[in-house]
Design a protein around this ligand. Structure first.
Ligand code: FAD
Length: 400
């Protein structure tokens, strides 16, 4: 008979186990992992650098970065938030650094540093992990849970933490214990677009661009990267997160609007008129009033209409107006998505109304705790998804 069994040796399960044993050293706990390794997503995270969390310390500001789960996490962040995670790691001698976007990484730029820290903690606290575990079902009588394996063996425990991430087998276990589920769909991806000359400019990135999905309220401001098949970069990937459900329901066929300068069309037009006034005998291509990278400047001015290869005093205001329209609401057809290699997460999971965020306990099944990506919570890119795992794992562990 165990006090608690944690299912899933990922970020939230491992953190829950460590916290539980830190609080109550005599707790008899066990982690059951389906695969032959632990923390495999943490290892891959941030392209191997591991963007551990985001140094946004105001819970209200922090919660805004979760398209699903922001309300529920707000109270949870009062118990354990990025500042606590940073402190926790620094106490374990993990040196950290914070980049200009508040992303927190190990100073070593390697997820292995974090994994080694967790391994040491697991060893110190003598936490047992069993790998290659095929759980068939979890049964509950009044007091205890019976974990039933495919080979017909079973073990008993007083409490269970489900920390199975975005695996469908984990969802099934939650469902069998009475929970309702929002189906998993992808979030945090790049866009593939219909063939277009802009694709020849792959590799160019721009800051402070506004991107939005036509006929929706979804929009984001930030950096954008032109790729060989479409668009990527933080603004696009975050847009995919807020619009994840809409894009899925529309089979990833939508229209993307880009305001390349994130200012109004009228302001762009006025800048073009001023350029005409200040440098009447120069080519618009040479003036480059918006300081675009050369190839992009060329794309907008030449490929748009060769009239712009004339000196600017010979360009009609009507054409300058048309250019301002293009720069403020450039249109591209999204035809599908492609996976973002740096960070990837699913939206969907256990219905949040069925979980008490004070202790991460199920409202449906007493002594069942649910953490991490298994819940219908996901954040934009920037360390928010791992923070969800740390926060919910910590709270569950604290109350085991
Ligand atoms: C490539 C990639 C890069 C990422 N980079 C970042 C990043 O830089 N920053 C960030 O914040 N987020 C990042 N994420 C997201 C982040 O890794 C996840 O949100 C986080 O790992 C979720 O933690 P979890 O504990 O809920 O689930 P997981 O880490 O997925 O762990 C779940 C564990 O449960 C096990 N399991 C599943 N089903 C069963 C079962 N039936 N029985 C037993 N065990 C089971 C799995 O094998 C796994 O070990 C990235 C994700 C990916 C895929």
């Amino acid at each position: 008979m165990y006090d608690a069994i944690i299912i899933g040796a990922g970020a939230s399960g491992i953190f829950a186990a460590i916290e539980a044993k830190s609080k109550k050293n005599n707790l008899k706990i066990l982690i059951l992992e389906r695969s032959n390794s632990m923390l495999s997503k943490v290892k891959l995270s941030g392209g191997g650098r591991c963007n551990i969390t985001n140094a946004t310390f105001d819970p209200h500001e922090l919660a805004k970065n979760y398209p699903r789960g922001s309300k529920e996490l707000l109270s949870a962040f009062n118990k354990f938030q990025p500042r606590d995670m940073i402190k926790w790691l620094e106490e374990k001698n993990v040196s950290l650094k914070i980049d200009e976007n508040n992303k927190v990484f190990p100073k070593s730029d390697s997820s292995n540093t974090l994994i080694e820290c967790f391994l040491k903690e697991l060893e110190l606290k003598k936490i047992e992990i069993r790998f290659n575990q095929n759980i068939k079902n979890i049964l509950k009588d009044n007091e205890f849970f019976e974990i039933l394996f495919e080979n017909q063996e079973s073990i008993f425990t007083k409490k269970v933490v489900l920390a199975t991430g975005s695996s469908s087998s984990g969802l099934k276990l939650a469902q069998n214990l009475g929970h309702s589920i929002e189906p998993f769909i992808p979030s945090l991806f790049s866009f593939k677009i219909k063939k277009n000359d802009i694709l020849k400019l792959s590799g160019i990135s721009l800051k402070n661009v506004k991107v939005s999905i036509k006929n929706t309220k979804f929009s984001q401001i930030g950096s954008i990267l032109i790729t060989h098949e479409g668009f990527s970069g933080p603004a696009i990937i975050n847009l995919s997160s807020f619009a994840a459900k809409y894009l899925f329901e529309n089979n990833y066929l939508s229209t993307l609007f880009i305001n390349w300068l994130n200012i109004s069309q009228e302001e762009i037009y006025q800048i073009l008129l001023k350029a005409k006034n200040d440098y009447p005998n120069k080519l618009l291509l040479k003036i480059n009033p918006f300081n675009f990278p050369n190839n992009l400047n060329h794309y907008f001015i030449n490929s748009y209409s060769n009239i712009f290869s004339h000196i600017i005093k010979n360009v009609t205001n009507k054409n300058l107006f048309r250019l301002s329209e293009k720069l403020s609401s450039d249109e591209y057809q999204i035809i599908s998505k492609s996976q973002n290699k740096g960070e990837f997460v699913s939206c969907g999971g256990v219905n949040l109304k069925e979980v008490n965020f004070k202790d991460m306990q199920s409202k449906i099944c007493k002594n069942l705790y649910l953490t991490g990506e298994l819940l219908n919570i996901d954040g934009i890119t920037g360390g928010y998804n791992l923070q969800n795992a740390w926060t919910t794992g910590f709270i569950a562990g604290y109350f085991l």
